[in-house]
Ligand binder design. Structure first.
Ligand code: NDP
Length: 306
């Protein structure tokens, strides 16, 4: 099989993890201009050239959960696309979300500012019932985050494409359910895939439907949010704070307003980092299923885009 991870100068980490679970596998590190007869490719952010030179590929395994960059390329016509599911990321997403929620709900930045002033001043606890957490996306990651949030007893709402029923959560679905979902949400957590339907979903009109003083956590993809709209709503205080792990342009350019906006906390796309051992185990499982003609775990629906 062919291996290419654009984020790694040296593939040693992947090779070690893959050989631990697939000791017999013939793994070729992709090099531009070198044809191969591999039918399986393991990729992260590959160039178009890889697929132009490997039309024989039948199985493309995306070494991450989001396939938006991969599906923007022209893929070999008969290839199936698989993606990672969780692979150690879900618990990290849950940590990230709970940290941001609690920081805002318990006003920890306010107490931090007071400490800097040497001020011993206690404020009343905000009613938890006013802090409904709304999860955009109830897939593998969204459901894990929901479990973590439930442990802190925040009211919970969720939005998905198809209707779902999940314990302890008010569930909304589809375009018809979005406005009501937003109106009920105080802390919005974005865990949607980036598809033609979701790109720019969080525009000025939709973000304005959140109650005044709401918060946004985006740990999915930057292009889900119209950033100028977010800036305007942060400036006006309609959105009281945003925790952003992803941006439309990454790395975030120097001088970008997000670096210094007082209501933004940002991180460089680290909310969910793939664990190589877990990812390699999923690759091995998928190859087994493929060989047996069984359903492929994590197969992407190309028409739907996730
Ligand atoms: P899943 O495919 O398991 O879940 C996606 C969820 O989004 C589903 O609930 C789905 O609805 C919902 N959804 C998709 N399209 C729409 C739509 N048009 N309207 C309403 N709901 C929609 O994905 P994961 O949970 O595994 O991952 C989510 C995303 O998180 C990834 O696509 C990736 O972009 C991002 N990510 C970011 C990381 C980071 O480090 N920042 C790390 C890992 C992932 P339904 O249930 O009906 O199918």
């Amino acid at each position: 099989m062919l291996l290419h991870d654009a984020s790694e100068a040296r593939p040693d980490g992947w090779l070690g993890a893959l050989r631990a679970v697939l000791p017999q596998a013939d793994i070729t590190v992709w090099q531009a201009g070198l044809p191969s007869d591999c039918e399986v490719a393991l990729v992260w952010n590959p160039p178009q050239q890889l697929f132009d030179e490997q039309p024989q590929l039948r199985l493309i395994f995306n070494l991450g959960a989001g396939v938006d960059q991969l599906l923007a390329l022209r893929l070999p016509p008969h290839a199936k696309v698989l993606r990672l599911q969780d692979a150690g990321m879900a618990v990290q997403m849950a940590e990230y979300v709970c940290h941001a929620l609690i920081r805002w709900y318990r006003e920890l930045d306010r107490y931090g500012a007071q400490q800097a002033q040497g001020q011993w001043l206690r404020h009343p606890l905000q009613p938890r019932a006013d802090f409904t957490v709304g999860l955009l996306g109830l897939g593998v990651l969204g459901q894990r985050v929901a479990r973590a949030v439930q442990a802190f007893e925040f009211p919970l709402a969720g939005w998905s494409r198809t209707p779902r029923q999940l314990d302890g959560m008010r569930c909304f679905a589809g375009a018809a359910g979005l406005d009501a979902f937003l109106a009920t949400t105080r802390m919005l957590v974005c865990l949607l895939p980036l598809t033609p339907q979701t790109r720019g979903l969080l525009n000025h009109e939709r973000l304005s439907r959140l109650p005044r003083g709401s918060y946004l956590i985006n740990i999915a993809r930057g292009a889900l949010v119209v950033e100028d709209a977010l800036r305007a709503l942060l400036d006006s205080g309609h959105i009281a704070g945003a925790a952003l792990d992803v941006m439309a342009e990454e790395p975030l350019p120097a001088g970008h307003w997000m670096w210094t906006h007082p209501r933004v906390v940002l991180t460089p796309h680290i909310s969910g980092m793939t664990r190589r051992d877990a990812a390699a185990a999923q690759v091995a499982q998928a190859l087994q299923a493929h060989a047996a003609g069984a359903p492929l775990p994590g197969q992407v629906d190309l028409a739907r885009g996730y």
